[in-house]
Design a protein around this ligand. Structure first.
Ligand code: SAM
Ligand code: SF4
Ligand code: SF4
Length: 348
């Protein structure tokens, strides 16, 4: 294994700009497409994202060269981790070429979040291009629930195959993300825990969030992560683990019998805005400082008008230093109804 094969240690103290709450810029999420081959009911419900939905035209998408140029500037301002997402990032043609370009940026931990449906085909090329890790979303391990949630007839086996091939290619240990929704897939909590116990992979249960404006979110459909942990603990005793780095989003728990680890992401019941260091770049080059943003800052126009690096850097600094976001700390049923940007566009 060469030095580039392993993600660099990204726990160095940040040196770049701070926002109005003193938060540094550390993580960049890049959405590479707003399209997806799934129609997860909590993210891209088919009634809204149907046949007539107007996805971005190709000319509006940032090119790989444009993305890499911006990413390089962000890295110079303190970004240590880059995650490719979407929509479904593996639908973007030649995505491994973008990975190869981003992998040349110094000291970057480079990862990708995918629904896993195309991973078995792509994992080896992604690894060869320089990707360090993948996170795979999987909301249930029984066919009926999984297909009801992805609403696109994709079988569980396809995702499990993707996880296996990615792990064999050296993209593991794999984080498996599961969004838990009350009354929809609560049984998947123990099913998933049981399935991945004893493997190096880490299931992370995510509280159902009011992202976008089309998933019909209700507070009573959120399963609080405290309850989630209690349910697993009742069958497989757990002990809490210390965070691996400041601002880690998932709370980590180890099985007391040594069978591995699970995590919970409590975005609703225990907001982590105070340490949020994430910036999001949309498919068409808008910059967003919060997952629940209602507007962003257009970088593409400046980029295509020939802006030099200093101009773009000043724009980025202005955006970050003015940042005030703390949506999850102030969420109510009313704010949930606001017209927020859709997650498939802003990048989950
Ligand atoms: N398509 C890829 C996937 O599903 O992994 C990447 C993009 S997806 C928007 C990124 C993550 O956001 C997934 O793990 C998904 O489960 C999560 N997500 C989407 N909508 C959500 C919601 N309403 N609440 C919580 N998590 C959500
Ligand atoms: Fe697609 Fe991911 Fe959203 Fe599901 S969660 S619809 S796979 S973007
Ligand atoms: Fe960060 Fe916004 Fe989420 Fe708070 S609500 S943790 S500021 S993305």
């Amino acid at each position: 294994m060469s030095a580039q094969d392993t993600p660099p240690n990204t726990s160095a103290a940040p040196t770049g700009p701070r926002d109005t709450r003193g938060r540094p810029l550390r993580d960049l999420r890049i959405s590479v497409t707003d399209r997806c081959n799934f129609r997860c009911t909590y993210c891209m419900p088919r009634e809204v994202f149907g046949k007539d939905y107007a996805f971005l035209p190709h000319r509006d998408l940032l090119s790989f060269e444009e993305i890499t140029r911006l990413a390089g500037l962000f890295v110079a301002e303190g970004v240590q981790k880059i995650r490719l997402t979407g929509g479904e990032p593996l639908l973007r043609r030649d995505i491994d070429r973008l990975v190869a370009q981003l992998a040349t940026l110094p000291g970057i931990d480079l990862s990708l979040t995918t629904n896993g449906s195309l991973l078995a085909k792509r994992a080896v090329a992604l690894k060869a291009a320089g990707l360090h890790r993948v996170t795979v979303s999987l909301d249930a391990i029984d066919e009926a629930t999984f297909q009801k949630m992805n609403d696109a007839d994709y079988p569980v086996a396809r995702v499990l195959e993707g996880i296996a091939v990615a792990a064999a290619a050296g993209l593991g240990p794999i984080k498996v993300n599961a969004v838990i929704q009350r009354g929809v897939n609560e049984h998947a909590i123990l099913d998933l825990a049981r399935h991945f116990r004893g493997t190096p992979h880490i299931v992370r249960f995510i509280e159902f969030m009011d992202v976008g404006a089309s998933n019909g979110w209700r507070l009573d459909e959120v399963v609080p992560s405290r309850e989630l942990v209690d349910r697993i603990h009742a069958e497989f005793p757990l002990r809490s683990l210390q965070p691996q780095y400041a601002g880690e989003v998932a709370q980590r728990w180890a099985y007391e019998d040594g069978a591995g680890e699970v995590g919970v992401i409590s975005s609703v019941t225990q907001a982590f805005c105070s340490s949020c260091s994430r910036l999001r770049l949309s498919t068409d080059g808008q910059l967003f400082t919060c997952l629940f943003a209602q507007s962003g800052t257009d970088l593409r126009t400046a980029l295509r008008a020939g802006a030099d690096d200093n101009t773009l850097r000043d724009l980025l600094r202005t955006v970050w230093t003015a940042r005030t976001d703390r949506y999850s700390e102030i969420r109510t049923e009313d704010t949930a109804r606001q017209q927020k940007i859709e997650m498939s566009y802003i990048g989950g």
